[in-house]
Write a protein that binds this ligand. Structure first.
Ligand code: ADP
Ligand code: MG
Length: 425
């Protein structure tokens, strides 16, 4: 099937990116499909293009209202008819809901974005099962798994809802790729037969460094940031209190930083996020509340003031640096005390959750304390081999650089010794 003309027609692109063409092919042929691509890999197009090409409406499940709105606006921008994409959520009034239903019934709507908690509503299920549905796409599918970095219980019910609506093909998309999460997603949705597509997780332009965390950590951060005046960066902290503290210390030192965490009111949060996106401030100091769906291409550094609770989270958070393939420095401060703190936080949780949390933390410790190539360690965690000699970005971490330095120092000593030996003979 010719997929290039619709690609050009709907999106204006001449070429598919990475595995997109194979994925689109799998979907238009009616297969259950599982897509793993790192952030920025182009997952949206994988289901948007088949949805636009096919008859009926594709249901897209997505966890964040803000993300859905962005996508719907983007899709509406490429069509004459606003009805081509809709969001169905609790903010709609009766008239708006009626309009959405009408557009679906008339075959106008190609993409219907729904939050999982809305999809559960009986009224919607009963309506959707009478309509022509092309497929169900589940974006950010790792939200299904407790082993993922952003578990959302509402995702658990999706299997039954999909069945109740119709037995249509299911497409899962995620940027997280541990074996455990993959198996969890496929089993929970009952689609172990899915065609699987997995892109490489290597981000060759990111530089990884871990530094011991001392009492001087804030001074270290200030020094680091002052060498990068005018560049954009994110500093992640574990607690809201720390976020406020660090933001203030940076401000006092004349740096252009704002705080971001769930304790701030929605208006302030939106303001600070916009300031960062519009370059009115250089640095956001944030908890993990900041980031999902933030698509700022020129973030030049991501600092972890506190080590995160899994390597998945670490990969996701550092992945926000260098999305334009330019410089992206990922600096993490590590102290075993922080691991103990995280273990303590978990101690009130159910035993099963504690066990998962503990296993994930051990991987973080392994990464922080390793002397091997950090990119190799990270990629291995995602089930990927990495050639630390010739692989792309092979010397883009502190350990590789140190080893090279050690090696060069050794060579220098050997040269010197041979000179001494020669002159003594
Ligand atoms: P993901 O969801 O995997 O993080 P997105 O779907 O948001 O990634 O896409 C990331 C960027 O890549 C977007 O700006 C999108 O327009 C662009 N993109 C996607 N596919 C192509 C393509 N075939 N050619 C050029 N740009 C593309
Ligand atoms: Mg996406």
């Amino acid at each position: 099937m010719d997929l290039h003309s619709p690609l050009k027609k709907f999106f204006g692109f001449n070429k598919f990116k990475g595995l997109q063409e194979q994925v689109v092919n799998s979907i238009v042929n009616g297969n259950n499909t599982f897509v793993i691509m790192p952030t920025g890999g182009g997952k949206s197009l994988c289901y948007q293009l088949p949805a636009l090409m096919q008859e009926g409406t594709a249901i897209v499940v997505s966890p964040l209202i803000a993300l859905m709105k962005n996508q719907v606006d983007a899709i509406r921008g490429i069509s004459e008819n606003n009805g081509v994409a809709h969001v169905l959520n609790s903010s709609l009034n009766k008239t708006e809901i009626a309009k959405v239903k009408e557009d679906i019934s008339n075959g106008v709507t190609k993409l219907l974005y729904v939050a999982p908690e809305s999809l559960i509503k009986e009224e919607y299920v009963l309506f959707l099962r009478t309509q022509k549905i092309s497929f169900v796409a589940i974006d950010e599918a790792h939200c299904i798994s407790e082993w993922g970095h952003d578990f959302r219980p509402e995702y658990r019910n999706l299997k039954h809802i999909i069945k109740a609506i119709d037995n249509v093909p299911v497409i899962c998309l995620t940027a997280t790729a541990t074996e455990k999460v993959q198996e969890d997603i496929l089993k929970t949705l009952g689609i172990t037969d899915a065609n699987r597509f997995k892109a490489s997780f290597n981000r060759p332009n990111l530089f990884y460094e871990v530094r011991p965390k001392t009492k001087e950590v804030e001074k270290d951060i200030i020094r680091f940031v002052k060498q990068r005046i005018g560049k954009s960066g994110i500093i992640y902290c574990l607690s809201r209190k720390k976020v406020e503290e660090v933001a203030q210390i940076l401000q006092v030192n004349g740096l252009n930083a704002v705080p971001y965490h769930a304790g701030l009111d929605a208006k302030t949060r939106a303001k600070h996020q916009d300031m960062f996106l519009m370059e009115d401030c250089d640095i956001v100091v944030a908890t993990i509340a900041f980031g999902m769906g933030i698509d700022k291409p020129d973030v030049r550094f991501v600092i972890h003031h506190d080590i995160p609770k899994s390597l998945e989270s670490y990969y996701q958070e550092t992945g926000r640096a260098g999305r334009d393939d330019g410089e992206g420095y990922c600096l993490a401060f590590y102290s075993y005390k922080d691991i103990e703190k995280l273990e303590k936080f978990m101690s009130s949780k159910p035993v099963a959750e504690q066990e998962i949390g503990h296993a994930l933390l051990q991987e973080v410790v392994g990464y922080a304390e390793t002397s091997m190539n950090r990119r190799k360690y990270l990629l291995h965690y995602f089930g990927e081999d990495f050639d630390e000699i010739n692989g792309e970005g092979a010397d883009m971490d502190d350990n590789s650089r140190n080893q090279k330095k050690k090696h060069e120092a050794k060579e220098d000593v050997i040269k010197l010794l041979s000179v001494v030996k020669n002159t003594m003979q």
